[in-house]
Ligand binder design. Structure first.
Ligand SMILES: Cc1cc2nc3c(=O)[nH]c(=O)nc-3n(C[C@H](O)[C@H](O)[C@H](O)COP(=O)(O)OP(=O)(O)OC[C@H]3O[C@@H](n4cnc5c(N)ncnc54)[C@H](O)[C@@H]3O)c2cc1C
Length: 394
């Protein structure tokens, strides 16, 4: 049976809770805001199914993607509403045109992030856009399974660990299942998100709309936009100014398993992996209009067949042109030394103050970041960066 000794051993995909034939597993939220399984020993029949579906316990093979592209949605309105180039919507629209069902992450009425599904084009809006909070998968895996058994075409989208969890939960391949994950930096804590929101917008029912990837100041300088009925309470702050985004990008409140992710490096089993094509301005400057360019990694033949049918602009790229700007594809981020102190200090009413304190970079750290960037740019211009990186890895 599942027995979590160290919190980094659980990614929170809830495959164990959903597979348990005796409903002996419940998920409890810890003081950092993440959920973990707790087994009821009185009803558990020790069938070990929970262990067989756990992405942290079952090793998976790393594959080599078949092909990789830079791309964007040819519908500019969709592209501007999407986080990067709008691949998700192109894929979802195709699946719905085939009478299929699309699973993804959306906000609920209280602005928590949850997984849900839609069967209509008009229902896609709420799933569009990245939500930088761990999404509660609820009973999505069971719902996917029952739709697949009814021969529905299903597109499941989520983090690499959610896709790993789903594939293990299903325990067999379905021709009518298509999975899309994304390059994942890590998932931030739902409770830090809610505390941030309550302090900035105390009346949650006055919030009209939230986007973590508003493109008012461009795709590269994206903003957190919280639109409030009271305009004075609205927030539109780029990633380098907004406290919540700074904390996320400095890795302060990611789930413990994200610092040692077991679904990276092409092991999730997804058909397609998407992400932001950071660095497109160096690789193909003529298509970079700062409206958002995605990268797509096609991992399976099923993914290849679907990709050929989408309303996207494509340019074939080498994998190395993608991963050099997006190390999250391969490696987990490091756990910041100050994470434990951050969690000790943050309470129910001081989130903004503590975020401000912990996201200020010391001059030494600031210079280290700046110098690292400068040295990397110079080495890239000299064509030495890849060579040095390869030797460093050896
Ligand atoms: C927590 C997180 C971390 C990320 N880290 C990186 C990164 O380091 N590098 C990178 O290149 N890209 C990263 N991405 C992916 C990127 O932000 C875009 O989502 C991706 O490029 C797809 O964009 P799009 O324009 O095709 O479509 P969009 O419409 O923007 O795609 C949204 C898709 O993401 C899903 N989604 C949104 N929020 C969540 C969530 N919280 N949990 C599960 N699924 C969710 C939706 O269901 C939908 O399928 C991250 C996304 C998230 C949610």
């Amino acid at each position: 049976m599942i027995d979590i000794q160290d919190k980094k051993e659980c990614c929170g995909c809830k495959a164990c809770e959903q597979i348990c034939p005796k409903q002996s597993i419940t998920m409890n939220v810890d003081n950092e805001g993440f959920w973990y399984p707790v087994v009821n020993h009185e009803t558990c029949i020790e069938c070990s199914l929970c262990e067989k579906v756990c992405p942290e316990l079952v090793e998976r093979e790393s594959i080599t993607p078949i092909s990789s592209y830079a791309c964007y949605n040819l519908d500019e309105t969709i592209r501007l509403k999407s986080s990067s180039g709008g691949v998700f919507t192109a894929l979802a629209e195709y699946v719905i045109s085939q009478q299929g069902v699309v699973f993804g992450a959306r906000f609920d009425k209280e602005w928590n992030v949850i997984h849900d599904y839609t069967e209509s084009l008009s229902g896609l809006d709420v799933f569009r856009g990245s939500k930088y909070v761990q999404s509660d998968i609820k009973d999505s895996f069971s719902k996917v399974q029952s739709l697949l058994k009814r021969d529905k075409i299903v597109l499941f989208t989520g983090t690499p660990c959610q896709v790993s969890g789903l594939k293990l939960f299903l325990r067999k391949e379905y021709k009518n299942l298509l999975t899309m994950d994304f390059i994942c930096h890590g998932v931030p804590s739902p409770s830090i998100w809610k505390s941030y929101l309550k302090e900035t917008s105390p009346k949650l029912d006055r919030i009209k709309y939230i986007s973590f990837r508003d493109k008012t100041f461009g795709w590269k300088k994206f903003s957190l936009h919280i639109q409030n009925l009271n305009q004075a309470k609205s927030i539109l702050e780029p990633l380098n100014r907004n406290l919540y985004m700074k904390g996320f990008l400095q890795d302060l409140y990611l789930r413990p398993s994200c610092y040692d992710c077991s679904s990276k490096n092409y092991t999730s089993g997804s058909d397609i992996t998407v992400g932001d094509f950071w660095g497109i301005q160096n690789e193909v400057p003529e298509i970079d209009d700062d409206k958002g360019i995605s990268c797509i990694l096609v991992n399976t033949n099923k993914g290849k067949i679907i990709i050929d049918k989408l309303n996207l602009y494509y340019k074939q790229m080498e994998l190395s042109q993608i991963d050099k700007y997006n190390p999250a594809l391969i490696r987990s981020v490091d756990k910041p030394v100050k994470r434990a102190d951050f969690y000790k200090s943050v309470g129910s009413n001081n989130t903004l103050k503590i975020l401000d304190k912990y996201t200020k970079m010391s001059t030494v750290v600031f210079l280290k970041y700046k110098c690292r960037g400068l040295v990397k740019t110079i080495l890239q211009k000299l064509g030495l960066f890849e060579l040095i990186k390869k030797n460093y890895k050896k």
